[in-house]
Design a protein around this ligand. Structure first.
Ligand code: SAM
Length: 281
């Protein structure tokens, strides 16, 4: 047997025919929480990573791409975001980006699994270090039950959920998006991660269709996240009033980031034809 095959590899199962393998230095922590299998591993190429139900959620090396793109696009679309809600987001990466906006008065982060938060604080401090910020209000609850009774409460809502399996299934369904619509103020903006257009075309298509029934403006955008299957990742923004395509980018803020820039703001809405076909059908 070649030496490399004797090393310690973790396999992430994506589809029946596609798996991703990671060579690990160590498993730092593993537990079964009330909601999911949680692990923190140390990989050779991406540093430490959080896994939920065997799927990579964030890594030290490339988390900034996903977290910046799920946060700065909606935050820059709204002219004065003050009250922000994150559903999920237990690693704290999106929270950290949102707190870069001086207009923000409070960020409610509703994470179902307190063990995700505790373990990210312990093993991924560079990502989760703003969880104790005075403007951060961390709530342990199910996103759907929390948002059900909220009306006219938020300028921006970010759905930073895991894939639609286990506790996150309901965050991809119409009753949840109806509650998001109701919880947003009259010029509110929401965004959700809508999976890989390559592998999960149906999820992106369904999310877009549902949001188009509810919101006057729905825009898909893309980013390249190396650790997610196929690399190409979609986000769907839905807005009651502000259209990102009408935005004058010269007035946008330039937060301190590693991936997102003002120029990226417009370019990410230019879709490859295969993605445009999915969201236009
Ligand atoms: N960046 C990640 C990705 O797309 O792979 C997602 C980040 S974050 C870790 C996702 C979080 O959503 C998880 O911590 C999970 O516990 C949480 N979550 C799943 N279902 C939820 C629900 N119904 N309400 C609130 N949080 C939920």
């Amino acid at each position: 047997m070649a030496l490399e095959e004797m090393q310690f590899w973790f396999t992430e199962r994506q589809t029946r025919g596609y798996r991703i393998q990671w060579r690990l230095k160590a498993i730092l922590h593993q537990e079964k929480t009330k909601f999911q299998e949680l692990a923190i591993v140390d990989t050779y190429d991406f540093g430490r990573a959080l896994l939920l139900d065997g799927v990579i959620q964030v890594t030290e090396k490339d988390h900034f791409i996903y977290n910046e793109m799920i946060s700065h696009i909606p935050m820059s679309t709204h002219p004065q975001p003050e009250y922000v809600l994150i559903i999920g987001g237990g690693d704290g990466g999106a929270l950290k980006e949102i707190l870069k906006y001086p207009s923000v008065k409070r960020v409610d982060m509703v994470e179902i699994d307190e063990r995700v938060i505790a373990n990210c604080q312990k093993y991924l401090p560079n990502i989760s270090d703003q969880m104790t910020h005075p403007k951060a209000n961390i709530i342990i609850d199910d996103g759907l039950s929390f948002i059900k009774n909220k009306k006219d409460a938020y300028d921006v809502i970010i759905v930073d959920s895991s894939d639609p399996v286990g506790p996150a299934i309901q965050l991809f369904e119409r009753p949840f998006y109806e509650s998001v619509l109701q919880a947003l103020k009259e010029d509110g903006v929401m965004v959700c991660q809508s999976e890989s257009p390559f592998f999960y075309e149906d999820i992106l298509g369904d999310v877009t269709k549902t949001l188009k029934h509810l919101f006057p403006i729905v825009r898909t955008y893309l980013a390249v996240v190396p650790t997610y299957p196929s690399g190409l990742w979609s986000f769907t923004l839905a807005s009651k009033k502000w259209d990102p395509l009408q935005k004058d980018i010269s007035i946008l803020p330039e937060p301190d980031t590693k991936y997102y820039t003002r120029n990226i703001y417009h370019s990410v809405f230019a879709l490859p034809r295969m993605v445009d076909d999915i969201v236009s059908s």
